[in-house]
Design a protein around this ligand. Structure first.
Ligand code: GLC
Length: 592
């Protein structure tokens, strides 16, 4: 893999092509430091010769509860997904990642699995799954399923057996059961959803028992990955789904699986909760080195199957140079680029993030992934319409919080998407973003389901607002065609009707058509496998521009128009502005 500092020969050509660029005048004191790009380490990136589908794939996240309901009960299901696969194929994606649909008490919307090798009756049957994957493959779409290895549901048979077995028994060894410090938990760890990361059990005879560890909800006990039986069981789970034809896995919370020996206190827990402070030593519940051998074994299993099976780790590991260790050639194929998701949407922050991404991932020969929304963060059409900070630091907007400016949010979201789709690597889309769907920010508390809301007594509203069922056909019923009956497990806000897919289909300038056009171009021009270079002459404090496989991508983060030379061949844009202008919060693709 080559990583070139951007001092290449085509800089002069670019300057010749765009000599007439007129910039807004920038006050002296605000002269951007990104102008001196080499100082900040501007990088370029050349695609690897070893092309594999996952290196450039556009992967669409289906959140089964909210995608499409096939039986009218208000809960999305697998038959619903199958019935709408054509619309995903026509969008132009390569693969689908399905959030969990396995049997689960649904305490954390399915991320609390009670049986890893089946389908929850809420979503259908294994036969429904088989029919779905056959149809998806027939349409040329790959299927990735979510694997949740850090914790099970407390209803899983392993945990039930542990509860019914004595201290020190092999059954308890599947989890982290420990004696407390008197009446206090074994250590100071806190749950990501709020409150302590330990819950004390009551013995069958009514006496107080040991404590078990849960980095998330108390209904999600953490597995003990030191136990070879846990390791073996998961290898069988992988094979079960691979045998059924899945093209790979999205792996939940892999950085949490291995814990420091002896489960010591978290040294920074007061400052960082259960989280991570960049630059400081790894907290005892995250990023432990021993986890890498597990992924190496999983990679061997995936590689032993025909076709290119791939796994993407939800590894919240920073800095990116550290994350890159997770995508070495014998580990994960991809990780989510949380640095990008979390970057504030301004030129300097995006410039640094893109540089760091190529630098880190190129160093191990892995593709970068890019993502702007998922089921855990505020949808970017709303997040960018207000001052909500880092994506992963804020979960949800409640009715009493400052409300987003939806028009500005959508304008910025479309521009952010078109900018991101121009980058080489693999792109993750979250269902509904192709409609420009905003967050539901006025959901009444009585509908809330996210454990975060309950574990923080409502202080954090949680993630329900980005998980609301999709509107398909405007006005056909109360849920705009999400279900046949109008039922929906979370009610849509009134405005969702206006974002319905049928209102956008075939309508030039709609967000849906913008996505379709960009995905088609991305594929036709092979941008996912392309070569990236900043076009330095066009970059400044409010403007980022780069080239990739013969196109120029330019994004205006500022508030003043940018003028381009007349006559450049237009490819795509997020507004209907004139060809020679890039308006505030617009992205354009032009021919180089
Ligand atoms: C991941 C999932 C999130 C879930 C958590 C615990 O971050 O994306 O939805 O709550 O893991 O499984």
């Amino acid at each position: 893999m080559s990583l070139l500092l951007s001092s290449g020969g085509n800089r002069a050509d670019i300057a010749r092509l765009y000599p007439l660029i007129s910039r807004r005048s920038i006050p002296e004191q605000l002269e951007p430091n990104i102008k001196d790009m080499e100082l900040l380490g501007a990088v370029s990136h050349q695609a690897s010769k070893h092309a594999n589908w996952w290196r450039s794939a556009v992967i669409y996240q289906v959140y089964p509860r909210s995608f499409a309901d096939g039986n009218g009960d208000g809960m999305g299901d697998i038959k619903g997904i199958t019935s709408r696969l054509d619309s995903l194929a026509s969008l132009g994606i390569d693969a689908i990642w399905l959030s969990p649909f396995m049997p689960s008490p649904q305490k954390d919307a399915g991320y609390d699995v009670s049986d890893y090798t089946n389908v929850d009756p809420l979503f259908g049957t294994l036969e429904d799954f088989d029919a779905m994957i056959t149809r998806a493959h027939g349409l040329g779409l790959k299927i990735l399923v979510d694997l949740v290895p850090n914790h099970t549901s407390d209803q899983h048979k392993w945990f039930q057996a542990a509860l019914n077995s004595p201290e020190g028994s092999p059954e308890r060894e599947y989890y982290h059961f420990k004696d407390g410090n008197g009446d206090l938990p074994p250590n100071n760890w806190v749950s990501m959803f709020g409150g302590p990361a330990w819950t004390r059990i009551t013995n069958p005879d009514g006496t107080k028992g040991q404590w078990y560890c849960h980095l998330f909800d108390s209904s999600q006990p953490d597995l003990n990955w030191e136990n070879p039986k846990v390791q073996e069981a998961f290898e069988e789970i992988l094979k079960f789904w691979l045998d059924r034809g899945v093209d790979g896995f999205r792996v939940d919370q892999p950085h949490a699986m291995a814990k420091a020996v002896g489960l010591p206190d978290h040294p920074y827990v007061d400052r960082a909760g259960a989280g991570f402070i960049e630059g400081e030593e790894s907290p005892p519940m995250w990023f432990q080195d021993s986890v890498h051998n597990i992924f190496r074994r999983w990679r061997e299993i995936l590689d032993s199957y025909p076709g290119q099976r791939a796994m993407c780790g939800e590894a919240y590991v920073l800095p990116l140079s550290f994350m890159a260790l997770w995508v070495r050639p014998d580990e994960f194929h991809q990780t989510f680029n949380f640095r990008y998701l979390d970057a504030l949407w301004n030129a300097e922050s995006i410039f640094k993030t893109v540089n760091e991404s190529f630098e880190a991932f190129d160093s191990v020969g892995a593709p970068s992934t890019w993502v702007l929304s998922n089921h855990d963060v505020i949808r970017h059409a709303s997040r960018l319409g207000g001052d909500y900070g880092r994506a992963t630091a804020s979960d949800g907007i409640g009715p009493n919080a400052p409300q987003p400016d939806l028009e500005l949010g959508l304008r910025k979201a479309r521009a952010a998407t078109l900018f991101t789709l121009g980058l080489p690597g693999s792109m993750y889309l979250y269902q509904g973003e192709e409609l420009g769907l905003p967050e539901h920010t006025t959901l009444e508390d009585k509908y809330r389901q996210d454990p975060t809301f309950f574990r923080t007594s409502g202080n954090r509203v949680g993630r329900d607002g980005c998980r609301v069922p999709l509107p398909w056909e405007a006005g056909v019923n109360q849920s705009n065609g999400f279900s046949t009956t109008g039922a929906a497990w979370l009610p849509q806000p009134e405005m969702y009707r206006n974002y319905s897919r049928d209102l956008q289909e075939g309508v030039s300038g709609s967000t849906l058509e913008m996505y379709k056009e960009a995905l088609k171009l991305r594929s036709d021009l092979d941008l996912g496998q392309g070569s990236f270079e900043w076009v330095e002459e066009l970059c400044d404090q409010d403007v980022l521009a780069f080239s990739n496989n013969g196109i120029l991508v330019i994004h205006n983060f500022g508030e003043t128009d940018i003028e381009l030379p007349e006559g450049k061949e237009f490819i795509s844009s997020t507004t209907d502005s004139q060809q020679h202008l890039v308006l505030p919060h617009e992205t354009k693709w032009l021919k180089l």
